[in-house]
Write a protein that binds this ligand. Structure first.
Ligand SMILES: [Zn+2]
Length: 363
């Protein structure tokens, strides 16, 4: 499997929270050759099943990654044709003025636009170093009036995304939009390919989830179909090797897959994930036995859909894993594709490491 090519295809697929269908259909297409059954549930999660050699007597394993990306929602169309938006997900407002965008009309087509910054020459000195809130920015589609915008089928409630972008940097590094979380979606396909070629004992469900950037709860719906005993979540973690984070975290872009040992959002959600220790031990053992470099990550201020999935049924054993990415939630996120391969090797090895006596209780 060509991970670089697949990542490129996924990164260029527009799929903001709530509008994941294009990405979901691509996941179905990619998973179908490797799964015994692939379905899309009511809310849009893609669920592929790879039957294990001893399925029914074994714990059920769900491996999942969110398919959606962050964006904006149209709030008002001005009479002169400019479009106001609110954010959909954790948008960094510092990077917005001057960006290219795509706006989805109600017939599903995507239209070009830009966030017009204030005219530089006319900006007073005291405003030059201030961040403009997204609610004060306007999208310019080139339209002369609201009628022209509405004629395209763009109305209040339509989603907007950063214009999809993908560029290869030096070596195996790439930059662009939605590295979060199309990197893990590409890893999911690679895991399915490996488990199809060499089936583990347990039934494994490969799941692309919806709504993570919106409310984190799409994965809960998938769990109600899959009924997993244990789950591995994959998403980006913050690379600790940028100029600003170099002394805050230990993980680096080019040094391996990651396991997250603490996430907690606070800020109202009061949710996060503490790792299921037997699963963490399985992860460490599989990394050691297979010579796969494994980095550790822990941070306040972060939450993933694993935090909600773990609360399903009578408690799902959960482990958060991932790959380091720089400049998260901007349109120029950077990751190293070779560590998506490491991540998929490690998760596939973990599926093989699950036996019928695997300890599902935390202790
Ligand atoms: Zn993410």
């Amino acid at each position: 499997m060509d991970m670089m090519k697949l990542l490129q295809e996924f990164m260029l697929t527009p799929a903001p929270s709530g509008y994941e269908s294009e990405m979901a259909y691509k996941m179905v297409e990619q998973l179908t050759p490797f799964c015994d059954d692939v379905r899309i549930d009511h809310v849009g999660n893609v669920i592929g099943k790879i039957s294990g050699t001893k399925g029914p007597e074994m714990p059920r394993l769900m491996v999942f990654a969110h398919m959606d990306q962050l964006g904006f929602i149209v709030r008002r169309i001005e009479p002169n044709g400019y479009v106001q938006v609110d954010r959909l997900g954790g948008i960094p407002e510092k990077v917005l003025p001057g960006l290219q965008l795509l706006i989805r009309s109600e017939d599903g087509k995507w239209h070009k636009g830009v966030f017009g910054p204030k005219a530089h020459h006319a900006t007073p000195a005291e405003e030059k170093y201030k961040v403009d809130l997204v609610t004060s920015l306007y999208i310019d589609l080139g339209a002369k009036s609201d009628k022209e915008v509405r004629a395209l089928g763009i109305e209040v409630g339509c989603p907007v995304i950063y214009k999809p972008a993908f560029e290869q940097l030096m070596g195996t590094r790439v930059t662009g939009t939605a590295v979060d979380n199309r990197g893990a979606c590409a890893a999911l396909i690679s895991i399915a390919e490996k488990l199809h070629a060499d089936r583990p004992e347990c039934d494994t469900y490969i799941v692309g989830t919806v709504w993570e950037e919106f409310n984190l709860r799409g994965a809960m719906m998938a769990a109600r179909t899959v009924k997993p005993d244990m789950a591995i979540m994959m998403d980006v973690v913050l690379a600790g090797d940028t100029q600003d984070l170099g002394t805050r975290f230990e993980d680096k872009l080019g040094e391996g897959a990651c396991v997250s040992l603490y996430s907690f959002h606070g800020r109202g959600t009061l949710n996060g994930t503490l790792p299921h220790e037997p699963m963490f031990k399985l992860c460490k053992r599989c990394a050691e036995e297979n010579g796969i470099p494994l980095q550790r990550f822990a941070s306040l201020g972060i939450v993933t859909d694993a935090a909600y999935l773990q609360l399903e049924q009578d408690g799902v054993a959960c482990l958060e894993m991932g790959f380091p990415a720089r400049y998260t939630h901007t349109p120029i996120e950077v990751c190293d594709v070779s560590y998506l391969v490491s991540l998929s090797d490690l998760v596939a090895a973990m599926a093989h490491g699950v036996d019928k006596d695997f300890q599902l209780n935390r202790y």
